[in-house]
Design a protein around this ligand. Structure first.
Ligand code: K1U
Ligand code: ZN
Length: 173
């Protein structure tokens, strides 16, 4: 089932999310709903707080389906970065909670991430390129951090004002 995505500013997007203590069928359904919501948006990632669930769960798939790449949906419970490169990368980021706004953000180019998969198995993998950017962006969501928090205050305020206006317009319809 597709879930509505919260739009910034929303207090739930600024909260520290709680670790998932035990995997359950309910959480697996939540992960499937998040993948459906992400593909429908369309997006390449989604974090649970973006649909109002304050738990440490993210989904992502940065395989480029339009380039003929096989989809690679990843479900990560309690993901954490355990190593990151000194080398950094700049990528123009977007966010489904901040529609139609993009800005360059600098982050480590490579990250090693550990997480529990949907079967409760502990997994570890190094990510590079767009995958590394996206997984860091999604883990930031679990800590109440948005990509605009990396921007200069003036630019961040400008984007926030646009979102307040967008939410007002959407509420009127
Ligand atoms: O977390 C989110 O809101 C999802 C976000 C992830 C992300 C994008 C770019 C850099 C870092 C993280 C998005 O998916 S925004 C939409 C988007 O980037 C996209 C949509 C369709 C095709 C390709 C990209
Ligand atoms: Zn986002």
């Amino acid at each position: 089932m597709k879930r509505p995505i919260l739009i910034h500013p929303d207090p739930r997007l600024k909260k520290l999310c709680a670790p998932v203590p035990d995997l359950s069928d309910e959480l697996r359904v939540l992960a499937d709903d998040m993948l459906e919501t992400m593909y429908d948006a369309p997006g390449i990632g989604l974090a649970a707080p973006q649909i109002g669930v304050l738990e440490r769960l993210i989904v992502l798939d940065c395989a480029r389906a339009d380039d003929g790449e096989t989809p690679r949906p990843l479900v990560m419970f309690n993901p954490r970065v355990i190593a990151s490169s000194d080398e950094r990368n700049v990528y123009e980021e977007g966010c489904l909670s901040i529609p139609e706004q993009y800005a360059e953000v600098e982050r480590p180019k490579l990250v090693e991430v550990e997480w529990l998969d949907r079967d409760g198995k502990l997994r570890k993998e190094e990510f590079d390129g767009l995958w590394a950017t996206c997984v860091q962006h999604e883990i930031d969501h679990l800590d109440g951090k948005l990509f605009i928090d990396y921007l200069k205050p003036l630019k961040r305020q400008m984007i926030t004002r646009k979102m307040v206006k967008l939410k007002r317009e959407r509420a009127r319809i």
